[in-house]
Design a protein around this ligand. Structure first.
Ligand code: VGL
Ligand code: ZN
Length: 194
């Protein structure tokens, strides 16, 4: 980050949902810690009048990724249930754009770009740089960042606002993101350049 926040920048939150927090059905260890940090990013982007996007895992009750269907995960983020909701402490502005993903029984999707209108929406807003944080580092954050780079967005990873299911896999995922061209950023640094 050299120039501070500007037109064409957007914040993208990935799957900050109750089921991925401690006490949820697929808890990310310390996943709750991203909430206050993301609130600061939300306030900063809001103060700069920059658009805010949030993906959410939004599965049917018999989704293919669930253990009873032969998938790898316990049932989680079932559409319209409290587990799929954003945590009450997350200060999403009312104008935030919500993108639901993996909504069909037969398909899973780790990336917010997978079978959604996200890319079209970002383009309609003239977004060129994406600032991405959320859960979990080595699954939906990693895959969303890879797709953002593939779609040629300048991509920043909010390293203080991501948490992994496995700490070691999270470290490797962040390394991979950097190797692919994603730029790591921390709130204090962004704040002082904005
Ligand atoms: C996720 C596992 C299953 C994620 C979603 O948001 O990282 N992980 N579904
Ligand atoms: Zn899922």
């Amino acid at each position: 980050m050299k120039d501070g926040l500007a037109a064409g920048d957007a914040l993208l939150l990935v799957d900050v949902q109750n089921d991925f927090l401690p006490g949820g059905s697929l808890p990310v260890p310390n996943g709750n810690e991203v909430v206050p940090v993301l609130n600061r990013y939300l306030a900063l982007f809001h103060a700069h009048d920059l658009p805010i996007f949030a993906t959410r895992d939004w599965h049917p009750p018999d989704h293919c990724s669930f253990l009873q269907k032969g998938g790898p995960w316990p049932p989680h983020c079932i559409a319209e249930t409290p587990g799929a909701a954003f945590p009450t402490g997350l200060e999403l502005p009312t104008h935030a754009h919500i993108i639901s993903k993996a909504t069909l029984r037969e398909n899973d999707a780790y990336s917010g770009f997978d079978d959604t209108r996200l890319d079209t929406l970002l383009r309609s807003f003239g977004i060129r740089r994406l600032f991405i944080g959320g859960l979990a580092t080595e699954y939906c954050v990693l895959n969303t960042v890879k797709d953002a780079l593939r779609h040629r967005y300048s991509t920043f990873v909010l390293e203080d606002a991501v948490r992994a299911i496995s700490v070691a896999d999270g470290v490797n995922a962040l390394e991979e993101m950097r190797r692919l061209g994603a730029i790591p950023i921390h709130y204090e640094v962004l704040l002082h350049e904005s």
